[in-house]
Design a binder for this molecule. Structure first.
Ligand SMILES: Nc1nc2c(ncn2[C@@H]2O[C@H](COP(=O)(O)OP(=O)(O)OP(=O)(O)O)[C@@H](O)[C@H]2O)c(=O)[nH]1
Length: 650
């Protein structure tokens, strides 16, 4: 590791010695004496005895990869909550570890000694990717402050801007922290100036740390205690707790993560929820450290997990208020539900898997409340669901979790955004000229002669980039039918751009392309905007003359030929040759835009075996049969199940 020399003056002797010997700072005796709560004392501390003035609830927010989970690890270690061990401890899901990103906000309760007093710090590590911004929004609703973390090499990025404003509009106290000061190219001064010019943050308030090396991390804890307010709650009032996340446990059913706004809740209490009006007995209560530690009581200001035998995942409604059955209270505000941006059909590989897949989707949506679920049927794929997601990464993560956590292997159809269509007045409804329908499934796209006007959803995209990539980025936005709104300098080498872009142009691969053309330096964030009128058509895909709606796509008329060409080529590549000749065509209103042919072919997997090796022959045939199971018969053609989504990627 090459250490930035500029940080040396800020290391005191203990830290420097620890660093040189590669001893983690938090394991030094002097550190433990000052900051960690003694492990023996820890087990005897009753969390509910900690007064409100000594509670701090905060989130760590930042752009992707700026070090949130690493800082969370350090804070857990420094406070003695965990004793080292695996890194990114709050990234608990397999999908998070495999992809190296946080997709779920995770909370942990830390005990911290300040001026001899013990404080309870409830930390929430949030995801950085724009597809999971609903997790950040929910987390902020139970916090009084945030740590806004910025990489001191990368500087302010698109999600830094989005997250700053999210915290700002929620009236939260912001602790600005520059991370990765150990990197050779770190430039904390430049990034401090960016924070000043963009957000008017006082340079004197900016902390400079290296979460990886543990440098300066104690100053973060000190700021959390001294700068953040304690929660505004009332312990003497009747119980009101906000259910802000939930998860499914095999043995205990749905578990609810709650923030106790008023009063307290104890084991054995009889509680009810506003949304479903059902009554439950509190069976288990725990705080997360970050694993569950059972407690007897949760009091106002605390965050904890409640188990009350909710058997159906639908009962734990995120945003609901929990109260005691014998008291009437005003419900808490809850959450504005996030609007799904991308829809895709989800079908079992064969209909015998239907019930399993339904259970898996129900349980997983409990832990991912942003996903919307509607029933759907498809002539080729049978009974299934139309699911709504916040973006393509969200869709991919959800389906990966279905497979990894519930052993379900669904088929996902081509994702689509929701278009608005105004139909021509018919003789019967001349008076009602404005018959409008919303379509997110190409199968429901009306015949062209019934359509009066079509509209597509737009976003306002924010791009932060070094100015040397400005040319290619502007070309990319133009190619994606974007219209520039603003362009401003952040400093003398970086620019922040705002564009109006059609949502369908950014959901699939815009982010990846942007990263590629800017060597990874540009970042992107977007927010929903209105619908605008746009000339849209259905690009149908025909396999041997049969329309396959599951592969069809709604596109802008100017893109129909290019996308049609790309799709037939991709399909030719993805569909294995079969015993019949396959014609693949892309059509718009009956007019062929592109065509490819896949020649017939008979694959005799046992052909190379001579003689009578029956067992080997059987094994090969069995392997071939298993391979076929992973395919789906559509229009008499076997299609690998990934085709439906992969075909749209360039
Ligand atoms: N050199 C250096 N690397 C760091 C530091 N902090 C984090 N990293 C590295 O930066 C990368 C991203 O860190 P994470 O903690 O996963 O970042 P994150 O913000 O939680 O990422 P997402 O949850 O995906 O948004 C990892 O490879 C870390 O080891 C630091 O202070 N110095």
């Amino acid at each position: 590791m090459r250490i930035n020399k500029n940080i040396l003056p800020i290391l005191n002797t203990v830290k420097y010695a620890a660093l040189k010997k590669d001893i983690p700072l938090w394991s030094t005796a002097s550190f433990k004496r000052h900051y960690c709560v003694n492990a023996d004392a820890d087990s005897s501390i009753n969390f509910s005895d900690i007064p409100i003035e000594r509670i701090r609830n905060f989130s760590i927010i930042a752009h992707v990869d700026h070090g949130k989970s690493t800082l969370a690890d350090r804070l857990l270690e420094l406070t003695g909550t965990i004793k080292g061990g695996p890194s990114q401890i709050l990234d608990k899901l397999q999908v998070e570890r495999e992809r190296g990103i946080t997709v779920k906000a995770q909370s942990a309760s830390l005990l911290y000694k300040h001026n001899g007093e013990i404080y309870l710090l409830n930390l929430i590590d949030t995801p950085g990717h724009v597809d999971f911004s609903n997790e950040v929004q929910r987390s902020l609703s139970v916090c009084q402050g945030v740590i806004l973390l910025v990489d001191s090499n990368d500087g302010v990025q698109a999600q830094t801007v989005a997250n700053f404003y999210l915290a700002f509009v929620n009236d939260l106290v912001i602790i600005p922290v520059l991370n990765k000061i150990d990197l050779k190219n770190a430039d904390p001064q430049r990034v401090t100036n960016e924070l000043k010019s963009l957000f008017d943050i006082n340079p004197a308030d900016v902390l400079k740390i290296s979460a990886k090396l543990g440098i300066g991390v104690e100053s973060v804890l000190e700021s959390v205690v001294t700068k953040l307010p304690s929660p505004k709650v009332d312990r003497s009032a009747n119980l009101r707790a906000l259910l802000f996340d939930s998860m499914y446990d095999k043995y205990r059913g749905a578990l609810s993560l709650i923030y106790v706004q008023d009063g307290c809740v104890s084991l054995g209490d009889s509680i009810a929820t506003f949304h479903n009006k059902k009554v439950y007995e509190v069976k288990s209560l725990s705080v997360l450290r970050p694993d569950e530690v059972p407690v007897k009581k949760l009091v106002a200001g605390q965050i904890g997990l409640v188990g009350c035998n909710m058997r159906s995942p639908k009962e734990a409604y995120v945003g609901d208020t929990i109260h005691h059955t014998d008291c009437t209270v005003e419900p808490l505000e809850g959450f504005k539900s996030s609007r799904p941006m991308v829809f895709a059909g989800v079908y079992p590989t064969d209909q015998s898997q239907h019930i399993n897949l339904r259970n898996a989707i129900e349980k997983l949506t409990l832990n991912d409340s942003a996903v919307t679920v509607d029933l759907d049927t498809s002539p080729a794929l049978g009974q299934g669901w139309r699911l709504g997601f916040l973006g393509l990464l969200h869709l991919e993560v959800f389906t990966q979790r279905l497979t990894q956590e519930y052993s379900a292997e669904p088929i996902i159809t081509a994702p689509s955004v929701t278009y608005k269509i105004r139909l021509k007045p018919t003789k019967q409804n001349v008076k009602d000229k404005s018959e409008v329908m919303f379509v997110n499934n190409p199968a429901h796209f009306p015949e062209q002669n019934r359509i009066e006007q079509t509209f597509e959803p737009m976003v306002i995209g924010t791009i932060v980039t070094p100015d040397k990539y400005l040319g290619p980025i502007m070309s990319l936005c133009m190619e994606r039918r974007g219209v520039q709104r603003t362009a401003n300098n952040i400093d003398n080498s970086r620019v922040i751009l705002q564009y109006d872009l059609p949502l369908c142009e950014i959901v699939l691969d815009f982010h990846d392309t942007l990263k590629t053309i800017s060597s990874g330096y540009a970042s992107f964030d977007y927010e929903n905007n209105d619908y605008i009128e746009s000339n849209l058509v259905k690009l149908g895909i025909l396999l041997n003359g049969t329309l396959v709606d599951e592969l069809s796509h709604i596109v802008h008329v100017t893109k129909a030929r290019t996308i049609g060409r790309q799709m037939v080529l991709k399909l030719k590549e993805m569909i294995p040759r079969q015993m019949i000749h396959i014609a693949i065509q892309a059509v718009v209103n009956g007019k062929v835009m592109a065509r490819e042919d896949l020649k017939a072919y008979r694959k005799d997997v046992t052909a190379k075996l001579y003689g009578g090796d029956v067992t080997r022959r059987m094994k090969l045939l069995a392997q071939q049969a298993a391979g076929k199971k992973k395919m789906r018969m559509v229009a008499n053609v076997s299609i690998p199940k990934e085709t439906f989504i992969e075909v749209l990627k360039k």
